[in-house]
Design a protein. Structure first.
Length: 265
């Protein structure tokens, strides 16, 4: 745990699995579907593995997964190539836009947290593996529900997505906050935490609502308590290995962590 020092002036959140879409289900649904249309089934674990990356990079990582690549060769008679990724991505974008509208619900506790950060003068930015066109679907729905960040940086706004720090740097620039020690990154993927570390910011990982569990709010409520506890512990350990400064179950738990990090302006 990073010791308290200095100030915290900005929080930069991820979107799916962190502030919307409990379980980060929308991307998985669409990744599964575009591969199914190409004649190759992928498991939820394979679809979730690269979560947090820019979506073309996400698809590339899935198609080059050893089992998926083998299945692709069996179905198509050759290994996957860049042109295949391009075709998958071209199908992914419009389908994801359709699916997103059904997965923009705010995670419980987000509006209350935003109100408190605003009251304390903490600036709010966001980064995402979604493209700008996809965020044009998400952002208005989220804003109507109570989450309207000052800054939204998308994967196609920068030369390279996570784990590169470029989205975070640009978000901090647009928020006019520096040094990066005064910025906190909140994300539900290990690659998002890596991006925060690469940017020199504090990092907080989210477990219960995000990609690690991949469960809707209803699924979590119905899950066997011992099973849920074991999965949460495993997710926390994974984030700790990645180097997260703190691990929480949901953004509703964030404020005490920020207060331990430093004074809130």
């Amino acid at each position: 745990m990073t010791q308290a020092s200095g100030r915290i002036r900005a929080v930069i959140f991820d979107w799916a699995g962190t502030v919307i879409d409990h379980g980060s289900r929308a991307p998985v649904e669409v990744v599964h579907e575009v591969f199914r249309r190409a004649g190759v089934e992928v498991s939820p674990e394979e679809a979730r593995g690269p979560m947090g990356r820019a979506k073309r990079e996400h698809l590339a990582a899935v198609i080059h997964h050893p089992r998926v690549a083998t299945a692709w060769q069996a179905r198509h008679g050759r290994p996957p190539v860049d042109a295949d990724i391009d075709r998958l991505y071209a199908e992914f974008l419009p389908l994801q836009a359709e699916v997103l509208a059904r997965h923009c619900e705010l995670i419980p506790g987000v509006p209350e947290l935003v109100a408190e950060l605003n009251r304390r003068g903490i600036k709010i930015g966001t980064t995402t593996g979604y493209t700008r066109a996809l965020m044009d679907v998400v952002a208005p729905i989220a804003r109507a529900g109570g989450f309207g960040p000052e800054v939204i940086l998308c994967a196609d706004d920068v030369p390279r997505g996570r784990p590169a720090p470029w989205m975070i740097f640009r978000a901090a620039e647009q928020l006019d906050v520096y040094p990066m020690s005064e910025v906190v990154i909140v994300d539900d993927t290990t690659v998002g935490i890596e991006a925060g570390r690469n940017a020199g910011a504090r990092t907080v990982a989210v477990t219960r609502t995000g990609n690690s569990l991949g469960m809707s709010l209803e699924d979590v409520a119905q899950c066997d308590p011992d099973t849920l506890s074991a999965r949460l512990r495993a997710a926390e350990a994974d984030f700790q290995r990645t180097g997260a400064d703190a691990v929480i179950e949901t953004v509703a738990d964030l404020l005490p962590v920020l207060e331990r990090f430093g004074s809130l302006t």
